[in-house]
Design a protein around this ligand. Structure first.
Ligand code: HEM
Length: 523
């Protein structure tokens, strides 16, 4: 009798163990994405990522021709996705394939915040009891079409226009600038004035300089301990200290809604003043990190493609109104950005094409629970999912054989090759779709329309435009910075001498629908 009882208990235990382990792994028979072997055992993929940088994902895509693969790494497992339908499936599972746990860890490491801050964020990410990243919702709200965004846009546009006025001079007196550096400095000034208000800490040149040094050092700050990333940590502190003084003086009361709302959420979460100041360095990075590179590439392509330049000038003149100012007797030119989407298809196409070619962002997700994608592959808990934009943006199957060259009409309605909207991923997608895309696009269009209409821009050498490489681009960014700068000569156009110029923007709705999500919403 005792033996029978013991056997029954043992059988139950065996069945329970079988159910827990074997059935969980193999019960539905759906496999994990295929493992990609490497010549170097264990460390092969890690080595490939470090050595070939962004190019590694293109190599893997071309080597395996699979929608998603498994890359075993020492102590962890990574899945890399190379197809639009698989990426869309990943984005749909936003609870089990989540960005927030990664965001919590990365933001604390990147900003050098305290263990207390990590504890608060981790608690928030608890799937049972946490609000699961509610803190970032305030940022999304402020940047969605609405009054807070309108105010931000108005403040930014007015600074862009004021600055562009200062470079207007008689055509014989052109100016020479290093394009990337010049744009970065003046975009930083216009953006941070709009975001942080009259006491903008970035008006101190030492703070701006420290911020951009910190930005270059981000990969070290994320992957190495702080004592091996001293330069980044030291410069981050310069910026964080400036923010601390700003907050302690209550200067954020005069800032944009974006800063005020986020600051209020941080207080609600219980972060210390020191952590709030450090996290603000991270926010500044989201706000500033990518827009100036996007303007650089757009300006580079537009001014180096005479046909595109001519078409864009023609298009912008159709959305421009001209009147005579009664007091000064001068002409007033007003460019209404609200009309760009509908009336400037070549400009919009050039913008999308320029950022398509230079998007190197990698969207990340953590597998919080075993998840099956489209009834095909099983992703195992605790692994990480990578969605490298470059693998999608350079796939000839999607874009055609000229995928690697600038085709200024690629996104033009006259192009017979129709691209699936979800294949354009410069702003990411799903729940982590860039909330700053409307602000960024408005700023990019304000700069580009002003430069295109008022100036001629050409290489200072007098020779042809030479495209810079992006081999050393900082992989912490979404847009690749050029490896070297280009010195350009900026000359005012004769026909635009006698007048004042202004850009205005929408009060009502998002002006630019360029992501799959925005296009869907518009339907
Ligand atoms: C051309 C300029 C920009 C590009 C290409 C860009 C692109 C992106 C991408 C690809 C992501 C990540 C999406 C993902 O992982 O799926 C992202 C996230 C984000 N971006 Fe942008 N961005 C730009 C400008 C801006 C600006 C100007 C702001 C703020 C004013 C901003 C705020 C953010 C924020 C807050 C996030 C994190 C969203 C979240 O975690 O929920 N971005 N951006």
């Amino acid at each position: 009798m005792q033996l029978a009882f013991a056997l029954t208990v043992a059988t139950c235990i065996i069945i329970a163990i079988w159910h827990k382990f074997w059935a969980r792994k193999h019960g539905d028979r759906r496999p994990e994405p295929p493992v990609i072997p490497t010549y170097i055992p264990i460390f092969g993929h890690a080595f490939g990522m470090i050595w070939y940088k962004k190019e590694y994902y293109k190599q893997l895509r071309d080597k395996c021709h699979l929608p998603i693969v498994t890359l075993p790494l020492p102590g962890s497992k990574i899945y890399a996705a190379f197809s639009v339908p698989i990426i869309q499936a990943i984005q749909k599972h936003s609870k089990t394939l989540a960005f927030q746990p990664i965001q919590a860890k990365f933001s604390v490491k990147l900003c050098g915040a305290s263990k207390d801050a990590l504890r608060i964020l981790k608690k928030d990410m608890d799937p049972e009891n946490g609000t699961y990243g509610n803190i970032y919702v305030s940022m999304h709200k402020a940047l969605n079409p609405g009054e807070t965004l309108n105010e931000l846009n108005r403040a930014m546009i007015s600074r862009v226009c004021d600055f562009v006025d200062t470079i207007q001079r008689p055509p014989a007196e052109s100016i020479n600038v290093n394009l990337a550096e010049w744009l970065r400095h003046h975009l930083t000034a216009a953006t941070t004035d709009a975001v942080y208000g009259p006491h903008n800490p970035f008006r101190d040149q030492a703070v701006e300089k420290a911020f951009w040094i910190f930005e270059r050092e981000i990969p070290k700050l994320i992957f190495l301990p702080d004592w091996l990333a001293l330069r980044g940590a030291r410069n981050r502190k310069v910026v964080a200290d400036a923010f601390k003084r700003y907050f302690l003086s209550g200067h954020h009361d005069q800032a944009s809604g974006l800063v005020k709302d986020f600051y209020a959420s941080e207080i609600e979460y219980g972060f210390s003043m020191s952590d709030r100041s450090l996290f603000e360095v991270g926010h500044a990075l989201a706000v500033l990190g990518n827009t100036s590179s996007a303007v650089f590439w757009l300006v580079f392509y537009v001014f180096s493609s005479p046909e595109a330049l001519q078409e864009i000038r023609q298009e912008v003149s159709t959305i421009m109104t001209t009147s005579i100012n009664e007091a000064s007797g001068k002409k007033e030119y007003i460019v209404d950005l609200r009309k760009v989407n509908a009336s400037c298809p070549t400009l919009v196409s050039c913008f999308r094409e320029a950022i398509r070619l230079h998007s190197i962002g990698i969207s990340l997700r953590q597998v919080c629970k075993d998840t099956v994608l489209n009834d095909t592959y099983r992703l195992d808990k605790d692994a990480m999912v990578l969605m490298p934009t470059i693998a999608i943006h350079t796939d000839p199957a999607l874009w055609g054989d000229d995928v690697n060259s600038f085709n200024y009409r690629r996104f033009h309605h006259s192009n017979p090759r129709k691209i699936p909207p979800a294949a354009f991923r410069s702003f990411g997608g799903g729940t982590t779709l860039c909330p700053g895309r409307h602000f960024a696009t408005t700023q990019i269009m304000a700069w580009t329309t002003m430069l295109v209409m008022r100036f001629d821009v050409e290489p200072a050498t007098g020779g042809p435009w030479v495209q810079p490489t992006t081999e050393n681009a900082n992989l912490a960014n979404v847009m690749a910075m050029p490896d070297n700068d280009i010195e350009v000569k900026i000359t005012s156009r004769e026909e635009c001498q006698n007048g004042t110029w202004r850009v205005i923007a929408s009060d009502k709705e998002a002006m630019f629908s360029i992501t799959a999500e925005d296009l869907e919403e518009k339907k």
